[in-house]
Each structure stands twice: as C-alpha cells, then as structure tokens.
Design a protein around this ligand. Structure first.
Ligand SMILES: [Zn+2]
Length: 184
C-alpha cells in the first residue's frame, strides 16, 4: 500500500489470486479488508485506486486445466468469472481488475523485464531443490516431512527440480531499500 497524502492519492492492491480454483474464504478475507481500507480513504476525500485481479500463470493452473481437458485460457476465463461474481455479491468497489494474461499486463511485464535486463538486474542461474506445486514454491529439506511431503500438502510429495531459472538481483537494492524503510 502506498499512501501519498500530499497529492490526495491512495493506491492499494489485493494479491492477484491464483486461478487454480474458485475463490475461497482466504481470498474474500483480503479483498474485504482492502475494500474497507479503500472506502475509508475515499471518505477522507482521497482519490483511490483499488486494484484486485488474478494471476493466471503457474503449473498448478496448467495441471488443473489439463485434468479437466480444458484449454488453460478457457479454464482461467471460467474461474475469473467466479471471482468477479463473488466480488459483486460482496459489493467490493474495485477500480481495476488486473489479469496477468491481459495484453496490457504482458506489455508492462515485457517493459519491466527489458529494463531490468538492460541494467543487469536479471541473471540466469541454476536452481535445484524440492518444489511443491500446490504451494508453487521451493521448500527447504528441513521443512519437509518424511518422504519429502510438504507439511501443508501432505497428500503428495514435493518434486525434485533441477532447472535453469532467471533471478532478480534484489541484493543490488539492499542498501537503497534499507534507506527507504528507515526514512519512512
Ligand atoms: Zn505445499
């Protein structure tokens, strides 16, 4: 959340929700909270930009679509409908619904990637480890249960991955970020 009181603008976003399934109480929780904050800021006379949306990229989504014999985009469109229907029912007043498959979003990501690439912020490296597809994240060996099962997703083991990946050189910005946070 970024509050720039001096120009009376306030912007905030919910997470962009994964569309491997229909929304659940966790998605509603963060969205209702963000909606309450947005309403409060509007009452304070601020110009509010409230964003929510969906992240439509991920292996979990690809697999869910394949299980149902659906084209991934068709699957995403159906799930997105269920999110928008629920937000309407809950009277969520968002200003923008961002989808990561939207051409506008892809253009912004390309621009971001290009600029990062030019500045040496992105680099190719190798990543090895145990990956839980349900979490969509790598796990430390010590976090896992016996037989490399994820403690949250105990029904199936994490998968061993050995792959080349692109990484963001966050360490380059450590000092700048520390200065930013200590100033605010
Ligand atoms: Zn997991």
């Amino acid at each position: 959340m970024n509050n720039s009181a001096h120009n009376h603008k306030f912007s905030l976003t919910t997470p962009l929700y994964y569309v491997n399934g229909v929304p659940h109480v966790g998605s509603a929780y963060t969205t209702i909270t963000a909606d309450a904050v947005a309403r409060f800021q509007r009452l304070q006379g601020k110009s509010v930009l409230f964003i929510t949306g969906t992240d439509e990229h991920g292996q979990k989504i690809q697999r869910t679509a394949a299980e149902q014999n659906l084209d991934p985009q068709v699957h995403c469109d159906r799930i997105v409908d269920s999110f928008q229907l629920l937000w309407n029912k809950l009277n969520i007043k968002y200003d923008r619904f961002s989808r990561t498959t939207a051409p506008m979003h892809e253009a912004v990501v390309n621009e971001f990637f290009d600029r990062g690439w030019q500045q040496g912020d992105i680099y190719l490296d190798r990543q090895q480890g145990w990956y839980c597809v349900s979490c969509e994240e790598f796990k430390e060996e010590r976090e896992l249960l016996e037989n490399h099962h994820c403690p949250i997703h105990t029904n199936k083991p994490a998968e061993w991955r050995d792959e080349e990946n692109y990484f963001f050189r966050l360490s380059k910005y450590q000092q700048l970020l520390e200065e930013l946070y200590s100033a605010s």
